[in-house]
Design a protein around this ligand. Sequence first.
Ligand SMILES: CC(C)(COP(=O)(O)OP(=O)(O)OC[C@H]1O[C@@H](n2cnc3c(N)ncnc32)[C@H](O)[C@@H]1OP(=O)(O)O)[C@@H](O)C(=O)NCCC(=O)NCCS
Length: 149
Amino acid sequence: MMGHRIRRARPADYDAVIGVIDDWWGRAVVHNLPRMFLDHFHRTSLIASDEHGISGFLVGFGSPSDPDTAYIHFVAVRPDARKAGLGRSLYDDFFAIMRAEGRKVVSAITSPSNYTSIDFHRSLGFAVAGPVADYNGPGRAVIVFSRGV
Ligand SMILES: CC(C)(COP(=O)(O)OP(=O)(O)OC[C@H]1O[C@@H](n2cnc3c(N)ncnc32)[C@H](O)[C@@H]1OP(=O)(O)O)[C@@H](O)C(=O)NCCC(=O)NCCS
C-alpha cells in the first residue's frame, strides 16, 4: 500500500481513533467503540497512517473462547484515502496475524443498511448471510460475514 504505514495499535491510540470515528463514519458510532477495545485488544488491532496522520484502523481479536475463530469489530478508512486498497491491506495484515495464531475463520457483522460494508466484505471474499432477525436483541437484525483466513 503506497504511502500508508500499518502497525499494531497501542492503548494510547484510542484518543486519536475516537476523535475521528463519527466523522469518518458519517454518523454517531462512538458508543460502539469503548476504550476497553484498545486497552485489551490493541495487540491484534491495527493503525494505518500517512503524512497527514491516522488514515485507517482495524479493531479485531482472536476469540479467547474459540481457538479457531477471529472477529473484526470495527474498521474504517479516512474518507480521502478510500477506494485505494487500504481497507483491503488492513484486512490482509489482520488475516496474517490470525493465520500465525492458527485461526481458521474470521467473522464480522454489520447493520443491514450498511451497503458499503456489505460490498466491501463481499469483494474481500467473505460469505454474506442474513439479515439475521433479532441477532442483537429484539428488532436488531444484522448481516453476518465469515471467511477462511
Ligand atoms: C468500508 C471501508 C473500510 C472500505 O475501505 P477502502 O480502503 O475504501 O476499501 P478498499 O479500497 O481496500 O476496497 C476493497 C474492496 O472493497 C470494495 N469497496 C470499497 N468501498 C466500496 C464501496 N463504497 N462500494 C462498493 N465497493 C466498495 C472495493 O471495490 C474493493 O474491491 P476490489 O478490490 O474487488 O475492487 C471504508 O469505505 C469506510 O471506512 N467506510 C465507513 C465505515 C464503514 O462503513 N466501515 C465498515 C464497517 S463493518
